[in-house]
Design a protein around this ligand. Structure first.
Ligand SMILES: Nc1ncnc2c1ncn2[C@@H]1O[C@H](COP(=O)(O)OP(=O)(O)OP(=O)(O)O)[C@@H](O)[C@H]1O
Length: 247
């Protein structure tokens, strides 16, 4: 079963073609990376998957529902985290989680917040204003927000941005365990190729709003004759080698 199906998807901002004809599916229970250089169209694609942006044309089906017509049916089963979305600064972390939990209709919210505070180690700063946190602490709070409703589809924009290597490693393990435990589907945009190799079953490589290559990290590394995804990324970004694409 597919958690996501995208057909002939286009999104323009005036003359800018941010997404220029995407077709892909994402299998339920998998972890998929959207990769590409700055401006490739990753955030625009994630925003359309989330229903935050409407496509110029094309269709998006998420967890069996048409995102353009019926997104409210599926939004309670999704969530996202992004380092670029700030939580209200003056509210404490706990107050923020209460507000979002209320919006998502989370049952037994107090218990769920306590559970996440424990798992993501928020205890030390949970009653501090969100605006006073360090970058890494903010990322952990954003992850807690994203997990409040135990989503079946999790969209992560740079999930380990600003985290020290130890905490980033811990967060990656956490998401892998979450996926194994719940069968959730994860789609992430990342510039961290080690993260992609470790977490992802599949990579969709974007350039100028299109998918220019795809496959598992291991298959791409082998096909490009490289040692790592970092090197494959550079090859694709710089048009150095274009072996025949396979899916
Ligand atoms: N609201 C907007 N108005 C005008 N242009 C936009 C808007 N949002 C995105 N764009 C343009 O669309 C293109 C794709 O942007 P997008 O943010 O999706 O790229 P990205 O792959 O996420 O890049 P990055 O890795 O830098 O975050 C860029 O050229 C960007 O300038």
């Amino acid at each position: 079963m597919n958690a996501v199906e995208v057909r002939s998807l286009f999104k323009s901002f005036g003359p800018v073609k941010a997404v220029d004809g995407l077709d892909f599916t994402i299998a339920a229970g998998s972890t998929t990376a959207l990769l590409g250089g700055n401006g490739a169209g990753k955030t625009t694609t994630l925003s359309m998957l989330l229903g935050l942006l409407l496509p110029t044309s094309g269709s998006i089906t998420v967890l069996g529902e048409d995102m353009v017509r019926h997104r409210y049916r599926v939004l309670p089963r999704m969530n996202f985290s992004s380092p670029y979305v700030d939580l209200p600064h003056r509210l404490s972390v706990r107050q923020n989680l209460k507000v979002y939990g209320g919006l998502y209709g989370v049952e037994h919210l107090k218990d769920r917040i306590a559970e996440l505070a424990d798992e993501l180690e928020l205890g030390e700063f949970i009653d501090r204003p969100a605006g006073k946190l360090s970058a890494g602490q903010k990322t952990r709070v954003a992850l807690a927000k994203a997990l409040l409703n135990k989503p079946d589809l999790l969209l992560l924009d740079e999930p380990t941005a600003s985290l020290d290597p130890d905490t980033a490693d811990w967060v990656r393990s956490y998401f892998q365990a979450y996926r194994e435990r719940t069968g959730a589907t994860i789609v992430l945009a990342s510039h961290n190729m080690t993260e992609v190799e470790r977490m992802c079953d599949r990579v969709l490589m974007m350039k100028q709003g299109r998918i220019v290559d795809q496959g598992s990290p291991a298959a791409l590394i082998e096909r490009f004759g490289r040692a790592s995804m970092e090197e494959v990324f550079l090859d694709i970004a710089r048009d150095r080698q274009r072996p025949e694409a396979t899916s």
